[in-house]
Design a protein around this ligand. Structure first.
Ligand code: GLU
Length: 552
């Protein structure tokens, strides 16, 4: 037995599988030509950043566009960062926006798919098979350096002004231990990490084409990076190569903070004998502040957490629509040309992503959302509003759920027309939007009466209207009834006529309808007043008119 083999047996006596066995267990996927296999691979830190949702959406669209597979893999090898229900938090966050994986982790302790386990802490056996084979080929070795020795090494490099620091070449003390020394230390029970014996050289560079950033050239990796930590848990780098190979990932879409690791990753794929995937590094979502750009921060910006959108009551359709405007610069043109198309019909293209980082703008999201909600049916808005208020606003939930037919009628006003109003951006605004439809929320408030109409004249208008009030059959009949009211009260039924001779009138038909609007709703600006009065019903309208008269 050669020494590498003997070392491999010494380090991994219980590993009996071979890389070939794994190749058979996780065969190439049987997908149509050009199908892309992607994954979202978060660490379960208990927080889903909007940038994470964005990256997951990009992965999902990339797979979906090509008839491929989108996986969710949980990268929990860094125990320090993990929090208890981090996994559920991520799954809940993705699900809330419909960015659900085709394969992988589906819940805490549950998963689907043939390429699992999809949680790294359950894949130790797989990593060890590859680690063992690298040792057998002389491509990995145990390193017994302690933390103290490693920091002494760093200090020495600092002192000598070494241009490249780290564990490599002459600095890599354990790289040249003899088998006898290795054996002795292992048998003594000395803790060790497993390091890559990097075949890289200082004077070589690698080039690769990133699907978002284009062609990139970087120095080759020369570091003998750690593959397995002292507890034999893999590092992110090693797990990435092994997982993405055996899960048959074709396209790695991830945050661009990983771009500097690509030389290491490409080298790892190569020493393991795997074909490297294609990379698409996504720029972070930025925020403009005092004229400069910075990353959206978990600490400073509440909108960095996806939970923010659920709490505020932005529907998932709005958030996705907005994220697509950030993802592809041509999305808005596409949307103008296809106003009613489903988002899934958009021809998403990685190459059209921003290289420098898209700017996040809550005002823009608000506008997008108003538009999205304006196109929803009243039933859908009501369902969403009930769902949202059930969790976040008990009082609103009680109002809306008491008589859902009435609530739906309220939300139907001005909906389904060619130019629907765009009043609502998020469900937390619905309470204020609908309040005057509910008697317990409505109070006579005449502070918004038109300035040019005296209290006395306002009272006359309301009395005359209350006396003759009949529920109109349609908008024009309703408007005629208001016009008829004008003449006897000294108001012009015609705005143009009024403008010609303003001194002849007390005001015009617009003032008359505003007086009625304020009496009935407490507001000067509302959706269509005829529809409002129809929904409120005759009895309620007359009561409000009389209450207003009494308070004048
Ligand atoms: N677990 C890594 C992270 O959370 C994933 C990087 C990758 O997608 O490869 O950043």
């Amino acid at each position: 037995m050669d020494e590498n083999k003997a070392l491999a047996e010494l380090l991994f006596p219980n590993v009996t599988q071979t890389p070939e066995d794994l190749e058979t267990l996780f065969p190439a996927r049987n997908l149509q030509e050009g199908a892309r296999v992607t994954r979202f691979a978060p660490s379960p830190t208990g927080f889903l950043h909007i940038g994470g949702l964005f990256a997951a959406l990009v992965s999902k669209l990339t797979a979906q566009m090509t008839g491929g597979v989108f996986m969710l893999r949980i990268e929990d090898t860094d125990k320090k960062r993990e929090i208890e229900d981090g996994v559920s938090e991520i799954i809940k966050g993705l699900k809330a926006f419909g960015v659900t994986p085709d394969e992988g982790v589906t819940g805490f302790g549950t998963e689907k798919g043939e390429y699992g386990p999809y949680t790294q802490s359950k894949r130790a056996g797989i990593y060890h098979v590859i680690a063992k084979s690298l040792v057998e080929k002389g491509l990995a070795y145990p390193c017994f350096c302690s933390e103290e020795e490693l920091s002494a090494l760093r200090e020495q490099q600092e002192k000598e002004g070494a241009l490249i620091k780290g564990y490599f070449g002459k600095w890599a003390k354990c790289r040249s231990l003899s088998f006898e020394e290795q054996k002795k230390l292992v048998e003594e029970g000395r803790p060790y990490t497993l390091r890559l014996r990097s075949p890289g050289s200082e004077d070589k560079r690698i080039t690769f084409v990133d699907l978002v950033k284009g062609k990139i050239e970087m120095p080759e990796n020369i570091q003998d990076i750690v593959l397995l930590k002292t507890d034999s848990i893999p590092t992110y780098h090693f797990a990435h190569a092994v997982d993405d190979h055996f899960m048959r990932t074709t396209h790695v879409t991830r945050g661009d903070e990983w771009i500097s690791s690509v030389p290491t990753h490409i080298q790892l794929f190569s020493v393991c004998g795997f074909k490297a995937p294609k990379y698409a590094h996504i720029s972070p979502i930025m925020k403009e502040e005092n004229g400069s750009k910075r990353k959206l921060s978990k600490r400073k910006d509440p909108e960095a957490a996806v939970t923010y959108y659920a709490e505020e009551g932005f529907p998932k359709e709005s958030v996705l629509e907005y994220l697509l405007t950030l993802a592809n610069s041509n999305f808005e043109d596409w949307r103008r040309a296809n106003p009613d198309a489903e988002l899934s019909e958009f021809p998403f293209n990685l190459k059209k992503m921003s290289v420098s980082g898209a700017l996040f703008d809550l005002t823009k999201l608000t506008d997008v959302s108003k538009n999205v909600i304006s196109k929803m049916s009243a039933k859908k808005v009501l369902d969403y509003a009930l769902e949202w208020s059930k969790e976040y606003d008990e009082k609103l939930y009680a109002l809306l759920s008491r008589d859902t037919a009435y609530s739906e009628a309220v939300l139907s006003i001005d909906r389904g027309t060619p130019k629907p109003r765009k009043d609502i951006a998020k469900f937390c605004e619905i309470g204020a939007y609908v309040s005057y439809f509910f008697d317990e929320e409505f109070e006579t408030d005449l502070s918004e009466l038109p300035e040019n109409v005296s209290k006395e004249n306002a009272a006359k208008i309301l009395s005359a209207y209350a006396a003759s009030y009949e529920q109109a059959a349609d908008n024009s009949e309703w408007f005629e009834s208001i016009k008829t009211l004008c003449g006897p009260l000294g108001f012009s039924p015609n705005v143009k006529e009024y403008k010609k001779n303003p001194e002849q009138f007390l005001g015009h038909v617009g003032d008359v309808s505003t007086v009625i609007r304020v009496a009935v709703t407490g507001r000067r600006n509302t959706p269509d007043l005829f529809s409002i009065m129809t929904v409120l019903g005759k009895e309620r309208v007359i009561k409000r008119l009389n209450d207003a008269i009494a308070s004048l």
